[in-house]
Write a protein that binds this ligand. Structure first.
Ligand SMILES: Cc1cc2nc3c(=O)[nH]c(=O)nc-3n(C[C@H](O)[C@H](O)[C@H](O)COP(=O)(O)OP(=O)(O)OC[C@H]3O[C@@H](n4cnc5c(N)ncnc54)[C@H](O)[C@@H]3O)c2cc1C
Ligand SMILES: *[C@@H]1O[C@H](CO)[C@@H](O)[C@H](O)[C@H]1NC(C)=O
Ligand SMILES: *[C@@H]1O[C@H](CO)[C@@H](O)[C@H](O)[C@H]1NC(C)=O
Ligand SMILES: *[C@@H]1O[C@H](CO)[C@@H](O)[C@H](O)[C@H]1NC(C)=O
Ligand SMILES: *[C@@H]1O[C@H](CO)[C@@H](O)[C@H](O)[C@H]1NC(C)=O
Ligand SMILES: *[C@@H]1O[C@H](CO)[C@@H](O)[C@H](O)[C@H]1NC(C)=O
Ligand SMILES: *[C@@H]1O[C@H](CO)[C@@H](O)[C@H](O)[C@H]1NC(C)=O
Ligand SMILES: *[C@@H]1O[C@H](CO)[C@@H](O)[C@H](O)[C@H]1NC(C)=O
Length: 592
């Protein structure tokens, strides 16, 4: 427990920390009055802070709840990334979902990064942009062509710094250089370590079954369908995150940018009226056991992510009036969509034992090789430790157009160029002796919609209900995905290689398969939509297409929560694009 002491600090004595502008202690912060206060130093927040402070006349404070990413080895070393994904840990929000009706009432772990860089400091590093159809649907749902693929494409390039892989292998035939950026802040590369026995079979399958599983040279062209090589947010053997990229020393040292760590925001305060709209003047946060308020004279920007942004809005009285009233929170703006309409990917891990030693277990289960790999990374940033365990290849695939599952619900995908499924191919498996491969089968076009709600304590965990497999369509579609996976691994390429499956779905009837799917699905960790964009005049939605919160002055949401529907992709590339465009939208507002 803590006893709140409410303090507004004026300009304090400068902490004497020289050029270090990453503040560990609130007492060292030179001021609590800024033009912009960004809530959350995560994937999107650090982009916004970087871009706004390009103008030396603008001051920005970032409030981040977690610790620094600096020197966090498990965040830097791609191969060790999974260590960050334990159900609890020092760099995790330690979240668990509510019991999921679609998952036999299981409450499952929901990972979120609790360190500077947010999820970009702990995610699987897969770099995938999504389909042209995803973004063209965003344009349609928002009434703003600025969210269409063609207009977002330059923002993908602006984020990206294409980088040769750590092993400098010949990358011809593994990606399309013409669709990549070379001058951005986030390094993107093909894997710098190879698993030849596994990779060869994946590519061979695209040759043996080209109709179902065509090879796709580059899944980031807007036409992701097919199977191709994974690109990762890794540069020179290290993770590239919004913290390493957008807050690197020459940015963090800008005199107009301050970042405070260990600062947990509870709510927005100090409501005044501004041109007939309520406007929040301050951001309340807890540092240690005390409460503080940081003031924003121009705008407050919420970048706390799809779980915490709606939580902060609801704590502040922005949300469904009757829900807020029941919690004793005075309504500042009745916006029923806050926290609603979340969408996320459901993931079914399918693991097989394999007749090969060329898997990650050859390192994770052999202390000698593990230490050699660690030593090699330490000295040269090469070897197995540059490999992100999220996989070597991905497939983006569709349900068959005549699948009976469309009798349950019309096609939820945004168009014929977008996937229903992702296949993520991992040269690793369960944590037991032996050698394994895994297919992470994800349903990337879900029908189910979930929600984020709160309890009355603003510092308590929000209630996270992704509603995985809440719609019958989603469960049956995943079963169709299992059939597709069986087709893939029945190709001649895998003969003599695949051993026993961890779960023998092929031996089950349809009813048992669905039950097994419900018992084994895990979170895809790609939630969006909880502060969704909608057209300016819509009666639903949370933000306008320019990311301003509806009915409120001086407040925007810039993070994954604004995407109306989860894309058929891992979500960091889309989040970076939202952040880059969001920063431009803020700048344009100031200019007019
Ligand atoms: C386990 C996992 C693996 C993933 N793998 C991939 C992948 O391989 N590829 C991919 O593209 N995407 C992946 N994603 C998804 C992707 O990383 C996220 O969608 C994206 O990074 C979200 O960015 P964001 O800015 O919306 O939120 P975040 O990056 O989560 O940023 C929010 C920030 O706000 C801070 N914060 C939250 N609440 C408060 C508060 N009250 N006060 C102060 N600070 C606060 C958080 O600590 C965090 O730093 C993964 C996600 C997870 C969880
Ligand atoms: C999560 O739990 C770990 C202990 O396992 C702790 O160190 C960390 O601070 C917790 N995270 C939060 C956000 O409370
Ligand atoms: C801002 O809000 C806090 C808490 O709600 C209050 O204590 C403080 O007096 C307010 N400050 C101003 C300037 O209104
Ligand atoms: C959810 O989104 C849809 C559009 O995709 C919209 O019609 C509906 O009103 C939204 N519901 C809420 C509660 O926001
Ligand atoms: C794997 O390694 C073990 C021990 O080094 C060896 O006996 C075995 O033959 C190898 N198996 C394969 C398939 O290469
Ligand atoms: C572990 O790795 C070492 C060094 O590469 C190798 O000599 C040894 O055979 C490996 N052990 C097993 C059980 O594979
Ligand atoms: C590599 O460096 C890290 C961090 O300094 C250290 O913990 C680890 O032991 C080193 N590995 C080896 C094999 O020396
Ligand atoms: C599926 O198998 C279960 C037993 O494992 C059985 O009870 C059920 O009737 C079977 N269903 C169908 C449709 O065959």
């Amino acid at each position: 427990m803590f006893s709140p002491t409410l303090t507004i600090l004026g300009v304090l004595f400068f902490g004497g920390l020289g050029l270090c502008k990453l503040y560990e202690d609130v007492a060292d912060l030179p001021s609590l009055q800024y033009d912009y206060v960004v809530v959350g130093g995560g994937t999107a927040g650090n982009v916004v802070a970087n871009r706004l402070t390009e103008n030396p006349d603008v001051s920005v404070l970032v409030l981040e709840a977690g610790p620094s990413n600096e020197g966090v080895l498990v965040s830097e070393v791609p191969f060790l990334g999974n260590d960050l994904l334990a159900p609890t840990g020092p760099y995790s929000w330690n979240y668990t979902t509510t019991p999921q009706t679609g998952l036999n009432s299981r409450a499952i772990s929901y990972a979120r990064g609790y360190l500077l860089g947010g999820c970009s400091s702990h995610n699987g590093m897969v770099y995938s942009r999504g389909a042209k159809d995803d973004f063209d649907r965003y344009a349609k749902l928002t009434g703003d062509e600025g969210w269409s693929w063609d207009q977002i494409f330059p923002y993908f390039l602006k984020t990206e710094k294409w980088t040769p892989p750590a092993d400098h292998h010949d990358t011809r035939g593994q990606f399309n250089p013409s669709i990549h950026g070379t001058a951005g802040r986030i390094s993107v590369s093909l894997s710098g370590f190879q698993w030849p026995d596994f990779q060869r079979r994946i590519i061979q399958t695209t040759e043996e079954l080209p109709h179902d599983f065509p090879f796709n040279l580059d899944m980031n062209s807007g036409q992701p369908l097919g199977v191709g090589w994974i690109q990762s947010t890794i540069g020179h053997g290290e993770r590239s995150s919004s913290a390493t990229g957008y807050l690197e020393p020459n940015f963090i040292q800008r005199p107009n940018l301050d970042v405070l760590l260990h600062a947990k925001v509870s709510k927005l305060v100090n409501v005044t009226q501004h041109q007939g709209k309520p406007r929040f003047g301050g951001v309340q946060f807890r540092y240690g056991t005390s409460l503080f308020i940081a003031e924003a004279s121009k705008e407050i920007i919420l970048s706390a992510g799809a779980i915490n942004t709606p939580q902060v809005l609801l704590n502040s009285g922005v949300g469904d009036h009757s829900t807020l009233k029941a919690l004793g929170i005075p309504t500042v703006m009745d916006l029923p969509s806050v926290g609603k309409n979340s969408s996320d990917h459901s993931v079914l891990p399918l693991t097989w034992a394999v007749n090969s030693n060329d898997t990650a277990e050859s390192i994770t289960q052999n202390a000698t090789r593990f230490n050699e790999a660690s030593e090699q990374w330490n000295t040269s940033r090469t070897g197995p430790f540059v490999f992100a365990l999220a996989g070597t290849h991905a497939g983006w695939l569709r349900l068959s157009p005549d699948s009976p599952v469309f009798d349950i619900h019309p096609d939820p995908s945004p168009g014929p160029g977008a996937p229903h499924f992702e296949f993520l191919f991992l040269p690793s498996g369960v944590n037991m002796p032996g050698h394994f491969i895994t297919l992470l089968l994800a349903l990337v076009s879900p029908v189910s919609r979930g929600s984020i709600t709160i309890s009355s304590d603003p510092f308590a965990d929000p209630l996270i209900n992704p509603a995985y497999l809440g719609s019958e369509f989603d469960a049956i579609a995943l079963r169709e995905g299992v059939k597709l996976a069986e087709k893939f691994f029945n190709a001649p390429a895998w003969h003599g290689y695949l051993g026993a499956p961890a779960i023998n779905l092929a031996a089950m009837n349809a009813t048992e398969q669905v039950a097994t799917i419900r018992a084994n699905v895990v979170s895809g960790s790609h939630m969006v939509g909880t502060a969704s964009m909608s057209p300016r005049d819509a009666t639903y939605g949370v933000v306008n297409p320019d990311l301003t919160v509806k009915g409120i002055a001086g407040l925007r949401v810039i993070d994954a929560s604004v995407l109306p529907i989860v894309p058929g992709a891992h979500t960091q590339a889309a989040t970076y694009a939202v952040a880059e465009r969001g920063a431009d939208l803020v700048k344009q507002t100031r200019a007019t």
